[in-house]
Design a protein around this ligand. Structure first.
Ligand SMILES: [Zn+2]
Length: 315
């Protein structure tokens, strides 16, 4: 099932906007905009130059002559910053850990891995996921401001809080909290409609990030992927993470392989989520924490996750 929601720019609270890209699967990320008069802060750019150009044109049509002074990249995954070159006149901010990841894993490595994978049949399904994106002409443009912990910034007379909660999804995840409208942009700390991906972990820290969100005075929550939601969906998402953790710890203790553990996972309550092959990556991430030696490597799990997807579709 695909989460159904309408793409484009939505004013979710006064002068506070979400830019949504259905269906929220691999690379189809959300962004956000907070403004006061002409002055604005953009939350994330998109996966490609073209998608980011389209978003900025949409913003320009709806809100002409806006001055996007600040851009926050919520983390170091390409679908949240590879369009940065189009806002290079703005001050770009991210956590220091996210900037380290950006510098380590840029578009060049990603596209050459995709290219190399074409010769390997195991990567065929993976390559299909990214076939709709045009990764040409990306000039990696890094944040000028890197922070750790918390940072408050001003947008006109409004205050926006940046709260670092990584490592969780990635090494440097940041939440963008807009207290005056009780809005939160979570980046990929929240996935709605599809399984999340645990790249970094620890999963416990991601669960703590959910608890932090549940404790914040917010009512409108924009996930990194999927439709706009409220706290009930965050609580459900937290349940997913705890089930993955508890199941993986028990399966690891029994000596099950990651593939066995993934096949045994109880999807009850989560069966309608897209991208269920990611479960293999998530259980693998818990195994990696428990093993403590870097295994299993995510890059070895990715090519086989589609076999698990088929398993869940046919049973
Ligand atoms: Zn993302």
């Amino acid at each position: 099932m695909c989460a159904e929601y309408i793409g484009g720019l939505h004013e979710i609270a006064p002068s506070t906007y979400a830019y949504l890209q259905p269906n929220g699967s691999w690379g189809w990320s959300n962004a956000g905009l907070i403004r006061d008069g002409e002055e604005a802060l953009l939350v994330d750019t998109l996966f490609t130059v073209e998608l980011t150009r389209r978003m900025l044109a949409t913003i320009e049509r709806a809100l002409p002559a806006l001055d996007i002074r600040l851009v926050v990249n919520t983390h170091g995954d390409g679908d949240h910053w590879w369009g940065n070159q189009l806002v290079s006149g703005s001050t770009i901010i991210a956590s220091a850990a996210a900037v380290r990841e950006m510098r380590h894993a840029g578009p060049a490595g990603f596209t050459s891995a995709l290219e190399a994978g074409k010769a390997d049949p195991r990567f065929a399904e993976l390559a299909k996921l990214f076939a709709d994106f045009d990764f040409r002409d990306i000039a990696p443009t890094y944040p000028a401001i890197a922070f750790a912990g918390e940072l408050e910034v001003s947008v006109g007379a409004r205050t926006v809080r940046l709260i670092e909660v990584g490592p969780a999804h990635t090494e440097g995840d940041v939440l963008v909290h807009v207290p005056d409208q009780r809005v939160l942009f979570t980046g990929d700390i929240l996935f709605i409609g599809g399984h999340p991906v645990v790249h970094s972990g620890p999963v416990d820290r991601w669960i703590e990030a959910c608890d932090l969100i549940l404790d914040l005075d917010v009512k409108t929550i924009v996930p990194g992927h999927g439709p706009v939601v409220g706290k009930a969906e965050v609580a459900h998402f937290r349940d997913y993470l705890t089930r993955v953790r508890d199941h993986a710890v028990a399966a690891h203790g029994r000596g099950s392989t990651v593939i066995e553990a993934t096949r045994e996972f109880d999807l009850d309550g989560f069966a309608d989520l897209d991208d269920n092959g990611r479960l293999l990556l998530n259980i693998g991430a818990v195994y990696r924490e428990l093993n403590g030696d870097g295994t299993p490597d995510e890059r070895e799990l990715m090519p086989i996750m589609h076999e698990l997807t088929r398993h869940y579709e046919t049973r």
